[in-house]
Design a protein around this ligand. Sequence first.
Ligand SMILES: Cc1cc2nc3c(=O)[nH]c(=O)nc-3n(C[C@H](O)[C@H](O)[C@H](O)COP(=O)(O)OP(=O)(O)OC[C@H]3O[C@@H](n4cnc5c(N)ncnc54)[C@H](O)[C@@H]3O)c2cc1C
Length: 348
Amino acid sequence: MNRPSPKQDVAVIGGGVSGLTTAIVLGERGHRVELFAGKIGMDTTSGRAAAIWFPHHIGNPNDDVSKAAVKEWARATFHSLQSLIPADGRPDANIGISMIEFRIVSRNELPESERPWAPSRDLKPEDLPPNRFFGYSIDVPLIETPVYLRYLEQRLEHKVGAECIHRGAKIGGISAIDVGVSIVVNCAGIDGPDFSRMEDSTAMNPGRGVVILGRTAKSYAILDADEYESGKLMYIVPRRLSGQCVIGGSDTNDRSPTPAVKEIAEIVERCSAADSTLEVETSSALVGLRPLRPKGVRLELEDIDGRAVIHNYGHGGSGFTVSWGCAEEVARIVATITAPATPATDRE
Ligand SMILES: Cc1cc2nc3c(=O)[nH]c(=O)nc-3n(C[C@H](O)[C@H](O)[C@H](O)COP(=O)(O)OP(=O)(O)OC[C@H]3O[C@@H](n4cnc5c(N)ncnc54)[C@H](O)[C@@H]3O)c2cc1C
């Protein structure tokens, strides 16, 4: 007979997409959850994302185990996001998820084996932008971050209570969490290594990206697959609720918080060459640091001074794409922890 897993007292560090989603899944499984976030929602890296379901720039491409895990998390997340779309296909104004056609284009042939999971179709020559000769199209979840991150925050608040969400709470280390929890989940993004005793800090790279708001007459999203290596990306992602689009981008290994005039101009030039209908608000440009971990996403248990710390960070350019799958994996690990690692001080 299956015995129900014990209900645990859990602290989640992080108020980006990973922390919010993980806290929701744990709260909805009946665990007592408290969330601690220096910043929350749109003020985090998650608030800089375009954001579209598309597994890329995540995990170790040379490691089959890491690739397989990403595929499973992405697949689970695809379905979870899809389930948030109303039957008429239009995004709920309070959730912000809908399906969108996503075109991936290139000068070179794009091998079918490198396409992400989800049915895809080849683009016709007349559907390709100038100087791009190959491409495919897939229907994927579009995440309108200003609406969706607020939705996650409200869903969590509804489940665990406003008093359990600690905004503006910068945590100095695992031992600084003194709310009687036996388990801590580390969803601190690029700062994830700060909550580990293992030598991990040198292994994080900032995949710095600049995003700019604009408007387009196109109804599909588009990405140029050719420039991953150079860091000079080109993507345009229309948003349905705001009528705006997000354009990008870049991917550089530095932490400069301010977008340079030259990089904004180059992004606008690349995107305008692919979409002649584009109008750009250059003053809206913002920087975000993708939490890139060359070894792959860190989703594992570490014992720190008798406390069970579950790491869930390092999702690179795909934090939204794997969010629900990773949160479910954290819940599975929590379910294997049979007794509190540290007695909870406020347990009845
Ligand atoms: C330009 C750009 C475009 C992107 N586009 C996409 C896309 O289209 N699709 C997609 O899936 N992904 C995309 N991404 C990637 C995605 O945004 C990230 O993978 C994701 O935001 C990571 O989320 P996170 O919650 O793990 O980290 P974050 O959003 O960085 O959140 C980390 C949280 O930890 C908190 N924290 C850190 N240290 C402490 C501390 N000491 N005490 C308390 N709290 C702390 C922070 O305050 C924050 O709340 C994009 C990223 C960028 C930059």
